[in-house]
Design a protein around this ligand. Structure first.
Ligand SMILES: N[C@@H](CCC(=O)N[C@@H](CS)C(=O)NCC(=O)O)C(=O)O
Length: 197
């Protein structure tokens, strides 16, 4: 690269870095906030990340049992009408997937097919966890954390047998669900505590 091109590139990098830093500093000054509901699996997943990182944040309750996510007061915050929403000052993180959880009767044909598929996935995990303490490495990572809400939910259903009959998977489930950050994420009383995390 010629020296003039190099200096233009460096100048651009410095401008971009200072703009990002300004944006970050501005965004961060109001602190972290999370809109959510304590029994919501997706809220819990976000809470688990925040607790793992030891971050403090304000909690704003969006009551799922009274349809708050679809109310006009919340839709400007997340037009998809879902929690969690995470705010870092002016920066907002939302994610959207369609995941009906309530008000549907179980279709056992689908349950059986899904259990067969889950069993195949868990066989792969069982093999992997023979030689590794966690999924991605010997350390707990986001790959493990992202499973927590669904595992928590499934352990209260008959599907839990698929986890319990695989010794390495079972040990892994016990280890990840016992993490203090996950216990905190599932603690509804802590959500309503007036003080920050
Ligand atoms: N992909 C989103 C999905 C969020 C989601 O499905 N949230 C549910 C609660 S767990 C929700 O807000 N549902 C709206 C409602 O129940 O009215 C994520 O993983 O954060």
């Amino acid at each position: 690269m010629s020296s003039s091109k190099l200096s233009v590139t460096l100048a651009l990098m410095i401008v971009i870095m200072s703009i990002s830093y300004e944006a970050y500093a501005l965004a961060h000054k109001d602190g972290y906030k999370i809109y959510g509901y304590p029994s919501s699996p997706n809220t819990r997943r976000a809470l688990a990340v925040l607790h793992e990182k030891g971050l403090s944040f304000d909690r704003i309750t969006v009551n799922l049992t009274t349809g708050d996510p679809q109310k006009p007061s919340f839709l400007p915050i997340n037009p998809f009408g879902q929690v969690p929403v995470f705010l870092d000052g002016h920066l907002k993180l939302i994610e959207q997937t369609i995941k009906p959880l309530k008000g549907l009767k179980a279709d056992y044909k689908v349950v059986n097919e899904t259990e067969t598929n889950l069993g195949k996935v868990l066989d792969v995990y069982e093999e992997r966890l023979k030689n590794s303490r966690f999924l991605a490495s010997n350390r707990f990572t986001l790959a493990d954390l992202f499973h927590l809400p669904n595992i928590e939910y499934l352990m209260n259903t008959t599907t839990k047998r698929l986890f319990e009959t695989r010794p390495n998977v079972h040990r892994w489930v016990a280890k990840i669900t016992a993490r203090p950050a996950w216990k905190k994420a599932c603690d509804a009383k802590a959500w309503y505590d007036k003080k920050k995390n």
